[in-house]
Design a protein around this ligand. Structure first.
Ligand code: ADP
Ligand code: MG
Length: 225
């Protein structure tokens, strides 16, 4: 019966996720349908306006599907030994322009020589992208994001410390829920995907936050053996 229960649970999760996806995609689709109709009889000025809105709606669908596709990873996933600092540095490079534009300074501090971790490189990169983006987005008027990397037991511990608006205790458990977002243009998929990736890596991800002070996201990854 336990196995049966697990299967039912999985079906429930799949059903909820499917409902969520359907809902999130249907909204922009409905808008697109409406604007296509309006396009027919619109003057040039209105057409241009509709055209821009439609582009936004298309982008929205693309964004949601893009995030979901990360979960539908290719068949052959290659877990290899990697240096987390190298991957982190790459991600910081990637996001630095966006951070600077938001007056956010990203600093990486390594406390010790780190063991290699066993990971699927692109997926781990995605987790770092999601966590760092959230930190930057939590500091709309700027601030600093300090990333410390050190050893924990035989593995790696990374702490992402931001000075953002923080997360209240009631909201904390909702992080990672599909489509849970507090942002106007958020998808609420970033952390769900990240939690799933961390689980596959036998790692852990933990949130600690104080409203008005900031949030610390801690990630543990086992060493490559
Ligand atoms: P999205 O970024 O699209 O909203 P995520 O799954 O990445 O979706 O994050 C879900 C929610 O968790 C965010 O909308 C935000 O409310 C909260 N959150 C995540 N990280 C942080 C952070 N560092 N500081 C404040 N809030 C955060
Ligand atoms: Mg996010």
């Amino acid at each position: 019966t336990e196995e049966l229960l697990r299967k039912t649970e999985k079906l429930n999760v799949a059903g909820q996720l499917a409902a969520g996806i359907a809902h999130e995609i249907r909204n922009p689709l409905t808008a697109l349908k409406g604007f296509t109709k309006l396009m027919c009889n619109a003057n040039d000025e209105s057409k241009l306006r509709y055209y821009h809105i439609m582009q936004e709606e298309f982008n929205r669908i693309e964004l949601i599907l893009g995030e979901l596709l990360i979960l539908a990873k290719p068949q052959a996933v290659a877990y290899m030994p990697y240096d987390t600092l190298l991957i982190l540095n790459e991600v910081i490079q990637l996001l630095n322009t966006e951070a600077i534009m938001n007056n956010v300074e990203i600093e990486l501090v390594a406390n010790s020589i780190l063991p290699l971790v066993k990971c699927e490189r692109n997926q781990l990169k995605q987790v770092f992208v999601n966590v760092i983006k959230n930190a930057v987005e939590a500091m709309p008027t700027g601030g600093s994001l300090t990333i410390t990397a050190g050893r924990h037991n035989s593995g790696v511990e990374l702490a992402f410390v931001d000075q953002g608006q923080g997360i209240s205790e009631e909201r904390l458990p909702r992080i990672g829920e599909p489509f849970y977002t507090t942002k106007e243009k958020g998808t609420g998929l970033g952390m769900m995907v990240s939690f799933a990736i961390m689980e596959e890596h036998h790692g852990r991800i933990h949130y600690q936050s104080t409203v008005g002070v900031g949030t610390t996201v801690t990630i543990h990854l086992p060493a490559y053996t």
